[in-house]
Ligand binder design. Sequence first.
Ligand code: SAJ
Length: 434
Amino acid sequence: MTHKEALLEKILSKKAAAGIVGLGYVGLPLAVEFGRAGFSVVGFDVIEAKISHLNQGKSYIQDVPDTVIAPLVEKGLFKATNDFSKLAEMDTINICVPTPLRKTKDPDMSFIVSSTEEIAKYLRPGTLVILESTTYPGTTDELVLPMLEKSGLKVGEDFFVCFSPERVDPGNAKYQTRNIPKVVGGITPACTELGAAFYAQSLDTVVPVTSTSVAEMVKLLENTFRMINIGLVNEMAMMCDRMGINVWEVIDAAATKPFGFMPFYPGPGLGGHCIPVDPFYLAWKTRQQGIEARFIELAGYINGQMPHFVVDKVQHALNENRKPLRDSKIHILGVAYKKNIEDVRESPALDIIHLLKQRGAQLSYSDPYVPHLKIDGLDMHSEDVIVGCVRADCVVLVTDHTAFDADAILAASPVLVDTRNALKGKKSHKLFRL
Ligand code: SAJ
């Protein structure tokens, strides 16, 4: 029996020991899906607190409740560890570690490299390694594979390597890991076949593609598509503002077109660790090939302008009320990077707070998902929404959490800048929209 046949048998019988490296918003939901499917799953992470939390049956990922983790731990279908030597016991290993962007907009591959180094130490014949971290096209072939081949094992025969983009949409109740189609591409056809068979054991839909580069590029197209269209609509917002046109009404009416149009909405800027970041992996790679990704650069610039546009809008709103920005009390509603989640990474609210503080404003905030925020030397706690609005000179709605009561906020605010059209259709001299 070949290594491929042996591994396929283990996968189909769910006897394969599944390892997940990186237990964040991608790795933990994936571990849960494989545990639920009946695989014995070991989660690997370097953060001790995460390990002990999970082994007590407790979660720290909003989309994965304790009630899902605890039974898997009790049944012995999931355990977490920071002992990477246990990788030697794994038949499949998914790498779900962060791929941040450096300030210079160069990819930071350190997490992928350190994870792959650990895997290479313990790699044995018959193992399937799948990279899920979003990265530039070519990473799996050019970076990960050579590190694994140092073991002397031959890819496609002794061990198998795929890329499969993560598509987790944090806070999305409708689409979770199990029912989001899973693209997977291998270094060889045997790799692709094993990767597809593996995901098919626990996910609803698998989409095999012919190479790792195609799979890597699929993810970048998806997220670049979003980033550029958000940039387009943010530019439209600035144009409409100058022309005195309500851009929100324009978009809603355009969205009635039953084909050939997809609505995106202006906002205070582009947050999260994916959309503002992933396209720059593509831009970095194409630059190496002598091609400038001009759409990405331009959209990045426009999206980066939105926090400044919001602060100018605040200054205008205060001015209409004969107040300077300096020493005015500004209350921010929502600091997470998008509605109904707790994540503040790359949140435009942080840029807006920074810019307002630079111009001498006094800041406070309310966010039901973010109890505490440290930024720019400010150590703030989320305040009661109405108290914060009443006490402010200007309120800025940056993140439109569903929990916010738009009517109560408008009534309590002396002046309100709404960056998300949360007060759609409301009319008031106090209200200023993007
Ligand atoms: N945003 C706008 N206008 C829009 C849509 C979004 O300003 O019309 C802003 C959001 O407020 C947020 C940022 O863009 O700050 C990113 O929003 P997002 O909805 O793309 O949310 P993410 O980054 O958490 O999740 C996305 C996934 N979301 C959707 O497809 C809806 C998906 O693109 C990826 O699966 C995921 O990133 C990822 O991990 O790549």
